[in-house]
Every structure is written in C-alpha cells, then in structure tokens.
Design a protein around this ligand. Structure first.
Ligand SMILES: NC(=O)c1ccc[n+]([C@@H]2O[C@H](COP(=O)([O-])OP(=O)(O)OC[C@H]3O[C@@H](n4cnc5c(N)ncnc54)[C@H](OP(=O)(O)O)[C@@H]3O)[C@@H](O)[C@H]2O)c1
Length: 424
C-alpha cells in the first residue's frame, strides 16, 4: 500500500472477471473515487484483470489495466494487494485458495463457490490471518453479511427472499395471471433470468445463499444438499388467487430457525399472511427478515442483482479490507439438522379437478377421516371445465399429510394436488 500526499492510501488490486459485476465495480470505483478518498482515505487502483476473451470490449474504465487469461496470474502479480473475484463458478476455488495462502485478502461474489467451500475457505482465512469478504454473494446490494458480522444479538430465525428471478416470476404469475413458462420468458426478455433458469426456479441459487446466511446469522454450517429445496415449477396462477382469498400471498422463501433440539432449514414456496413484511416484496427485489433475541424483528430490503447494485457490495468489502475493519468468519458450531418434514406447521392444499358437484364435500370428508382440520377454503374456476379447490389445514407434519395427497390423487376426476407450508 502506498500513501499519496493528501494522505490517501492507494490499494492496488487484481480482478478475476470483468463481466456484468466486474464492469460495475470499475464503473462504481471511477464514479465514487473522490468520495472513497474523502470518506475512507482510500483509492483503489486496478492493475490486472483476468478474463476468458481478451478481445471483448470492457467499457471505458480499463485504461492502464493489464488483461490476462489466467486467474493465477492475477493472484501472483506482485503489485496486487487485494484480489477481487467476480468470475463465478467452482473453478475459481484454486485462485481463491492461492490468494489466501499468499495472504492477499479476497473479495468474492461467487455464491456457488462460497456455499460449496465456505468451511475450507474460513479455515484457510483464519490460519493465514487473511480476511475474505463475500457480501455480494448473498443478496447483492443488501448489506446483510456486514450487519450480521457485527451483530451483538442472537438471531433465532431468518426468512428471506434471495432470488430476484423467482420473485419476479411469482409476481408476474400473481399479478398478470401468467403461467410459469410465460413469466420465465418475460424475465429472460428483461435480462432478469438466465437462458437456463433452473438454478433460480428450482431453488438451488437460494439454497447456496441460505447456506452462507445461516453460517453468518446462526453460526452453523449446512451445505446446500443437506436441507430440502423445493422450486416453484408446480405453482399455478390459481394458487395466488386461492391464497389471496384466504388472506395469504405466496413467496419463494429461504428459511432457517434455531430450535431447542437443532436447526431447521429449507427453501420452498410458502404462504405468508398478507400482512407479513415479506408478502409485500414484489418484482425482482430481495429481502431478509430476522427474528433476534434482543432486538426483536429486523429487515433488509433491496436489489439482489445487477452490475452496479452488486458492485456496491463488492466495493463495500474492499473498503473494509483496506481499512482492516472486516470481521473474520468464526468457525461454525456443530448443529443437528432437523428434518423439516417432521415438524408441525399449517398447510395449504390445492386440488385441481374436473368440475363436479359434491367434489369439495368428498375432499373435506377424506381430510376429516384422515384426522385433518380444514380452517379455511376457497374455490376458483380453471381452464377447460376444471376447478381449483384450496384449503388451509390445521398444523401437522408434511409426513402426516403425504398419504392424503396420494388418496386425493386416487379420487376420480382429480388432476393435480399441491401442498405448501404456511409460515408467519
Ligand atoms: N450479475 C449479478 O447480478 C450478480 C449478483 C450477485 C452475484 N453475482 C455473482 O458475481 C459473479 C460474476 O457474475 P457476472 O454476472 O458478472 O458474470 P458474467 O457477466 O458472466 O462475467 C463473468 C466474467 O468472468 C470471466 N471469467 C469467467 N471464467 C473465467 C476464467 N476461467 N478465467 C478468466 N476469466 C473468467 C468472464 O470472461 P469473459 O467476459 O471473457 O467471458 C467474464 O468477464 C458470479 O459469481 C455471480 O454469481 C452476480
């Protein structure tokens, strides 16, 4: 690090990746240079950037930067004091490990890699005394990890909308009555969904973010794959109408909760009462809602994607690293992961069937016989002579509800059955 005559510390950094987020970082640093110097006394100077294609245009903020194709050349460049990784993918693991081993602080936006290797990266970060910042990996512009890293409170429960694509798709299904494929196509047209939207729609992107969030908030380490993940493919626009008629909205929720005997985590579409803070999160916005022991409820809301919003999180980490104010990640405490399917909760049940007098009565009779209590019901007309019947059921476990689903599917004229959890 060198210091200018004005007392501003110059931090030379190398960047791996110069796509949407990387160019956002360069643009933000150029736009905020005077502000960063005045407020934090730092000036960031990009010296080398790794990309795959050296011929591609990288915007107007790349004068004087060396471009290379090997990420390790960035890490081992003797001028580089700080490594910013905004390339993505598990293949970036060796570069991050090399940076930490060389005691070069790391900022990464790579949720897939961080979620898969957080335990190992934290161990390396602690053993080498080299901090790692990954604010951008969770919910882009929301300063959630920074806040959690400095918390003095105990987080008991978190509910989060951390995938802007799936939230946008659900909003279009809810407000415009679009079927899921058309809502996804609209998201793709607006640049809000990848050509292959599976990671967003099936919940795996949210699961990676939940893993990181649960580590920072509850202090536990649960890799994606160790907890249930359900996507939004089975939802119909009718589900939003039925839920609304019974006072609820549906959102794709990543959740984690500390209970007496362990931790419960999951990603799934859930019904929320329409007064709930997360029920009102629409379009591509993200939100994290925390229930804390001493502070009570806290929430964060904002843009969870986009070059510049994500760049604010990356540069925020860079400032923390330059000032030496970033908090180290503590080693995770061992936790018993509970099977959410065994925990009691209220449920929403939707039966789609060929329209038929007496069907609702037969379904209710079947539910009663199986020991379930219907708390509310709603109906809406479907396409081609079909009808959607919605029920809110008193608390029971998913495991106890599963056989009812099978019995309902065996009823004549029933075309589909969907069950979702309800939370508050
Ligand atoms: N976009 C968002 O809104 C957002 C939000 C939060 C987090 N993130 C995370 O931020 C990271 C970057 O996302 P992005 O949207 O900026 O992606 P992107 O637009 O596809 O950019 C990726 C960049 O990395 C470079 N790259 C990829 N593999 C490389 C390799 N092996 N060696 C050298 N360079 C390589 C690419 O080079 P070429 O340009 O030559 O192909 C490109 O410049 C990802 O981890 C993503 O999950 C993104």
């Amino acid at each position: 690090m060198t210091t200018t005559k004005q007392g501003v510390r110059r931090v030379r950094f190398g960047m791996i990746g110069c796509g949407e987020v990387g160019q956002g970082v360069l643009t933000l640093l150029a736009a905020q240079a005077a502000d960063l110097a005045e407020r934090f006394g730092v000036a960031f100077e990009p010296v080398v950037v790794a990309v795959r294609n050296l011929d591609r245009d990288r915007g107007s903020h790349v004068q004087g930067i060396d471009f290379v194709t090997d990420p390790l050349l960035v890490v081992h460049d003797p001028r580089v004091e700080l490594v910013v990784e905004v390339a993505g993918g598990l293949a970036m693991g060796p570069a991050l490990e090399a940076a930490l081993t060389a005691r070069k602080p790391v900022v990464t936006a790579n949720k897939a890699l961080v979620a898969a290797q957080l335990g190992e990266l934290i161990a390396l970060s602690r053993s080498t005394g080299t901090p790692i910042g990954c604010e951008a990996a969770v919910a882009a512009a929301l300063p959630i990890l920074r806040s959690l890293g400095r918390r003095v409170d105990r987080v008991q429960r978190l509910l989060a909308i951390v995938n802007g694509t799936s939230n946008f798709v659900l909003t279009r299904m809810e407000q415009d009555e679009l079927e899921l494929p058309r809502a996804v196509a609209m998201a793709q047209k607006l640049g809000l969904a990848e050509a292959d939207p599976a990671a967003d729609i099936d919940g795996h992107d949210a699961a990676a973010k939940l893993s990181i969030l649960a580590h920072r908030s509850l202090g536990i380490w649960a890799k994606p794959g160790s907890f249930p993940v359900m996507g939004i493919r089975d939802l119909l626009p009718a589900d939003f109408d039925l839920a609304d008629a019974m006072g609820h909205r549906i959102r794709h929720i990543a959740h984690a909760e500390l209970l007496n005997d362990g931790v419960r985590l999951g990603v799934e579409p859930l019904l929320l009462p329409n007064w709930h803070l997360l029920a009102g999160v629409e379009e591509e916005y993200n939100a994290v809602y925390l229930c804390c022991k001493f502070a009570g409820d806290l929430s964060f809301f904002g843009k969870g994607a986009g070059g510049l919003p994500t760049a604010t999180a990356v540069v925020g980490d860079m400032v923390d690293l330059a000032l030496g104010t970033s908090s180290f990640w503590p080693a995770a405490v061992p936790a018993q992961l509970l099977d959410p399917a065994l925990c009691d909760r209220r449920h929403y049940l939707r039966v789609t069937a060929h329209r038929h007098t007496g069907l609702a009565r037969r379904i209710e009779g079947l539910l009663r016989k199986a020991g379930h209590t219907v708390q509310d019901r709603a109906t809406c007309v479907g396409k081609k002579d079909s009808i959607h019947l919605g029920f809110l059921l008193a608390p029971c476990s998913d495991v106890r509800l599963a056989p009812v689903r099978e019995l309902l599917l065996e009823l004549g004229r029933v075309r589909a059955v969907l069950t979702l959890g309800i939370t508050e």
